[in-house]
Write a protein of this length. Structure first.
Length: 372
């Protein structure tokens, strides 16, 4: 392919880049809570692992507010190589004391890739790229957990890490880089209340991977079944992202309300917690996650400068992921399902407050108390 084609402007390379990286990272990160749980360290420890993966998004996102070409190229290229090396090392060393450094290094370097790619998408200002990107990295979330769960069940970890290392290495070779700085388009800062649902998206994701998975393991559910359950969440997310690529609704307030409603559904588990309700909640929640990820990113691309928009996007998601994994693990450890109520009441409260404000604003408007 020509050099002109080796750019993220080309949707083939955008999809290929996202697919390879997200597939590799999904495989690698899926093993983290499972390995941690195998040492019998409890929910709090696996929650800490989730927090360690998410915290770098806040830090890296802040520094990338003032990005340049070299920073973007580093972020889109180096994570493939670093994570490939870590994966191959994990083939021979899966000890408890090695896991934490791998999570810290891996979690830190992977944040560079997502943030750099999202800034690049913002700079390109190509309609549909945000939705295409979300669908591309969402597809592995729908396919791989079931596959990886089955492989772990049958043959263990080593073969998984060989696959992961090889995929990361392939991505390093194929990933394009930019040749020149793009012009920075000055835009306003986004409305924080409109993008706040990214926190709730992060809460559901963090809880699913670093609390729900260990919880199901401790209840005697086989790894291949856990993989299937998580895959259902991923399938609904990927399917929603693909569908949203063809739907154009730009009311960011409604997008936030839909997202908040769908990701608050784990509250159902307070009344009934079994495989059927878990699957149903994750399937609907995955659609809510897809709405938040794709449409809020599209909104930020249209309203904010690239560095600022991505900082909001990833920081809010990172905060939510930390809350979902760390606070979620602590709440479940001490309060069981009551902790789930506390955790997922947040998106429901946001939904209630926004609807109440809209109701009173409309009533005041009809009475002529608000002038436009």
């Amino acid at each position: 392919m020509s050099e002109r084609g080796r750019k993220l402007e080309n949707p083939v390379y955008l999809v290929l880049s996202s697919l390879i990286f997200s597939s590799s990272w999904m495989i690698l990160s899926f093993t983290f809570p499972i390995i941690g749980n195998s040492y019998g360290v409890g929910y709090l420890f696996t929650g800490i692992l989730g927090a360690l993966i998410s915290l770098p998004f806040l830090i890296v996102g802040f520094f990338y507010k003032n990005y340049n070409k070299k920073m973007i190229n580093f972020g889109m290229k180096a994570p493939f190589l670093v994570l490939s090396i870590l994966s191959f090392v994990m083939v021979i060393n899966q000890s408890f004391y090695f896991l934490v450094p791998v999570v810290i290094i891996g979690g830190s370097i992977q944040s560079f890739f997502w943030i750099s790619t999202e800034i690049e998408i913002n700079l390109l200002e190509i309609k549909g790229h945000a939705e295409l990107y979300s669908a591309a990295w969402g597809i592995p979330a729908g396919i791989l957990p079931a596959v990886i769960g089955s492989i772990l069940h049958l043959v263990g970890y080593s073969s998984i890490f060989v696959i992961t290392g090889s995929l990361f290495l392939l991505g390093f070779v194929l990933q394009p880089v930019d040749k020149k700085d793009k012009v920075l388009v000055k835009k306003e800062s986004p409305d924080l209340m409109m993008v706040l649902p990214m926190v709730f998206v992060g809460i559901l994701a963090g809880f699913t991977f670093f609390v729900l998975i260990p919880l199901l393991i401790n209840r005697g559910i086989e790894l291949y079944l856990i993989g299937i359950v998580v895959s259902i969440w991923g399938i609904s997310f990927a399917g929603g992202s693909l569908l949203l690529n063809f739907l154009t609704f730009k009311n960011i307030e409604k997008i936030g309300l839909i997202t908040s409603l769908f990701v608050s559904l784990p509250l159902v588990w307070i009344f009934s917690f079994n495989l059927f309700t878990i699957i149903a909640v994750l399937a609907i929640g995955g659609v809510g996650v897809s709405v938040g990820f794709s449409k809020i990113l599209a909104y930020l691309s249209e309203t904010s400068s690239p560095g600022t928009g991505v900082f909001y996007y990833e920081s809010l998601f990172g905060i939510g992921f930390i809350v979902g994994s760390l606070a979620g693990s602590a709440l479940y450890s001490y309060f069981a399902m009551t902790g789930v109520l506390i955790l997922f009441a947040a998106p429901l409260m946001y939904l209630f407050l926004k609807l109440s404000k809209s109701f009173f604003d409309n009533r005041n408007k009809s009475r002529g108390l608000i002038k436009y």
